[in-house]
Write a protein that binds this ligand. Sequence first.
Ligand SMILES: [Zn+2]
Length: 644
Amino acid sequence: MLGYFAPINLICPMLKFRVLLFLAILSINCGWAQDYRWQQRVEYQMDVALDVKTHIITGSQKLTYFNNSKDTLSKVYYHLYFNAFQPGSMMDVRSRNIADPDARVIDRISKLKDDEIGYQHIQSLKQDGNDVTFHVNGTVLEVRLAKPILPNTKTVFDMKFQAQVPVQIRRSGRNSKEGIAYSMTQWYPKMAEYDFQGWHSYQYVAREFHGVWGDFDVKIKLDSSYTIGGTGVLVNPDFVGHGYKTKPQAKPAKNQKPVTYPAKSTGLTWHFTAKNVIDFAWAADPDYTHDIAQVPNGPELHFFYQKNDKTADNWKKMEEMAVKHFEFMNKTFGVYPYSTYSIVQGGDGGMEYPMCTLILGEGSFGSLVGTMAHEVSHSWYQGVLATNESLYPWIDEGFTDFASQESSALLFNKPVADSHAGSYASYFSLVKSGLQEPISQHGDHYNTNRAYGVAAYSMGTVFLNQLKYIMGEENFYRGMRQYYNSWKFRHPEPIDFIRVMEKVSNLDLKWYLRYWVNTTKKIDYSVKNVISKDGGTFVTLDRIGEFPMPLDVVVTYIDGSKELYYIPLNEMLGNKQVEDKTITRLDLEAWPWVYPSYTMKVNRKAEEIASIEIDPSQRLADVDRKNNKVDIITGVMVYHDTTK
Ligand SMILES: [Zn+2]
C-alpha cells in the first residue's frame, strides 16, 4: 500500500504535510488490525417494587446506551426472558419436541395458568424523551428508534415496565422446589449485545446468555421481612440491616445531596450498584440466614440459605471451602476483580451470574461443594471474560468445569491428574452413541440436550486438558493466566484464546482449534508393529483416526528404566516444553499430518523392551485405548488394553 506514494522526503514541505495528514486519516478510517474489537456499553438505573402478594414487579429503567461501533443503529433489541414461561412459547414447544427434554421443564410450561405464567409488559418507552415504536416477538423486544444512534454517540432510553414473576420452571421464578420465595434472574428488560458479528438477540429457548458490559444502579423495594442477596454491592447496609455489615459513614462531599430511601412501613428499599458487569441477578426470601466470610486478599463472600436440618452443617462447612476455592482460582487462573461475591440458595440447580450464583442448597456436602466450585469458577469465564455463551458454550462451561474439577480434587485431597477422567468418559460415551455434533454449534440448536451437555461441559474440559498435553503443563497455566489478564472485560473469541496460547508456547495451535471445534473427527493412534533390526528396534505407529496429534511414546525397558520419544505434529511448527525432567526425552522428527503411519527407531534391542505406550498420561482423547500399548513378552508383541 505505502509503495504507491512518492517517498515523503522528495516532496515539498506543504505537500509532505498533506500526505502525512492523508495517511493519518487513512489510518483512522480504514480499519487496521483489531479495529473491529470495539464494544458497546450500558448504564442501567432501575427503580422497581415487587409486590409479594401478587408477584408483580413494577418499575422504571433508565438505560444510557453507548454506541461505540462504527455502525449507525436504527433499531435496538431487548431480551424479555420471562415471556418464555407462557404456554406455546418457543421454550415450551422446544421442550415438548426435543428427544431428551430437561426434566425440570418437560411440558410444565404448557400447563401454566394465567396467574402462574411469566411476562414482561413494556408500558412505555422513550428515546431521549421521544416515543419509539416497538414490537414484542416472543422473548425479544424490537425497537425502531426515533432517531438513529450514530457511531460513537450515546442515547438514553426511559422505560416503564411491569412483570409477573412466573412459578419457577427453569432458573427464574417464585417458590422454588426448596421453598425459596424469589429467584430473580433474567428478570428485567435487558439490552441485547451488538458486536462485530451484529445483534445477538436470540430467542430464549433453553440456555446460555450474553450481555453488554456496563454499570448497574438498582433500587428494589419489597416487604421488609425479606432478605436480598445477589449481584453488586449494597449501598445502604445501615438502612437495610439483614446481616449486611455496616460501613463507617463517609462525609458527603460538598453539594452532594444525601440519598434518602422511602419509609420502611411501605416496604424496604435495597440499593445495589455493580460496575463493569454483563447482568444483574438477585434472590429474596423471608427465611434466609446471611453469613459473611472473607477471602484473604480477595472478595467478601456472602452466603444466603434457609437454615434447616439439610443445610445448617453443610453450608457452614462449605463456607471454608468457598474461601479456599477463591484462593485457588486467584492463584491459578487470575485474580477475581470485584469486592464481593454472593452464594445464594435459589434457582433449580446452579446458575452463574456476575458477582453471584443461585444454587440448590439441600444436597449432600459433596454436591453442594461441587456446585459451588463450578458456579464460582464461572466468575472467571462467564463473569469476567464473558465470551459469548450462546455461540461458544464449550468455552464458558468447559473452561469452568476444567477449573472447578482441579480445585475440587484439591479440596477433597484427590489427584488433580485424574480430575478430568469423567469428562473424557462422557465424551467417549457420546462418540459411541452416534449423537455427537460439532461443538461450533449454537448452544440452543443441538439436536439433543445430551449432545449439548457433553459438547459444552465435557468436550470443553477435554479441549483444555489436551491443550495442556500439547503445550506442556507450565506454559499451559501461564497461558491461562495471560489469557484472563489480557482479555478480561472484553468478550474474547476462541481465536483470541488460541493466539494467547500460541504466543506463550511458541507453537502453532490453530489446527487443534479447527479440528476440535469444527469437526467430529476422532483421535485414534495405535502401535502397529515392533521389528528388531540392525541392533535397534523399529516401532511403527498408525494414525487410525482422522484427527492428527503430537505423540508422547514411552518405552519401558526390562531393567525398569524409561525413555520418552516425543513426536511433534508438523502443523505445530515446534516442540512442546519438557514436562517431566525425571525421564529422558528424545525429540524425533515431526509427523506430517497426511502420513497415516510413522516409524521411529529405539536405540536398544527389542529383547530389552518391556512395553511401548502412546500417551501414558491419557490426556489424549484417543477413542480406542485397546491398541495404544504393547507389552513385549518373549519377543512377541501383545496388546495391552489401557481403557479405564
Ligand atoms: Zn456452568
